[in-house]
Ligand binder design. Structure first.
Ligand code: 5GP
Length: 194
């Protein structure tokens, strides 16, 4: 019998660089990424079943009613959720799983799975977050404005998480996340001494 995998949650405001940090982390360590469902439109280059499962609002609500999500939240006018079954299948197989999700959803995971390890990625400053979000150029100005408003509120919740990693540079933030993943593997409660 192998040990169950660890559920990691990586969160933080939109534009903070969660995706970039994660890419760097995954280059250095094997980690199963959950594929979320969303009702937002695909961006150019995004593929169904790879980046997200793109659902209609009706399909999404049906899955909510069936209790099919580990967590779900509305963010910037769209719904996002983590399908529960694939996550549990990977954890049961002994693989560590990481969810890259927004802050409300990350708080829900804590209620449902108190043993999940939750990491909050914070920007060096709010001004820097604004610069990154505008610079990314993937959203309309109104969407950017809404996401920044949400971010201001999200930053006040950072201290409720297990770890805060400040994303000064991608390399440093990824190294911090890797250190957390490694330390959590050695937590006394998880290690069986034979
Ligand atoms: P985007 O539209 O830029 O892909 O994602 C917007 C936000 O939704 C990001 O902060 C992203 O981490 C978050 N997100 C992606 N998937 C999920 C999910 O399954 N659940 C929740 N709560 N947030 C998600």
């Amino acid at each position: 019998m192998h040990e169950r995998g660890i559920l990691f949650v990586l969160t933080g405001p939109s534009g903070v660089g969660k995706g970039t940090v994660l890419k760097e982390v995954r280059g250095q360590r094997e980690l199963y990424l959950s594929i979320s469902a969303t009702t937002r439109q695909p961006r150019p280059g995004e593929q169904d079943g790879v980046h997200y499962f793109f659902l209609t609002r009706e399909q999404f609500e049906k899955k909510v009613a069936e209790n099919g999500f580990l967590e779900h939240a509305e963010f910037s006018g769209n719904c996002y959720g983590t399908p529960a079954a694939p996550v549990d299948a990977q954890l049961d197989a002994g693989h560590d799983v990481l969810l890259e999700i927004e802050v409300q959803g990350a708080m829900q995971v804590h209620q449902k799975r108190p043993d999940a390890v939750r990491i909050f990625i914070a920007p060096p400053s709010f001004d820097e977050l604004e610069r990154r979000l505008v610079g990314r150029g993937t959203e309309q100005p109104e969407v950017v404005r809404r996401r920044l408003e949400t971010a201001r509120h999200e930053l006040t919740m950072a201290e409720q998480f297990d770890y805060i990693v400040v994303n000064n540079t991608v390399e440093q933030a990824a190294a911090d996340v890797l250190a957390i993943l490694r330390a959590e593997k050695c937590r006394a409660a998880r290690v069986q001494v034979k």
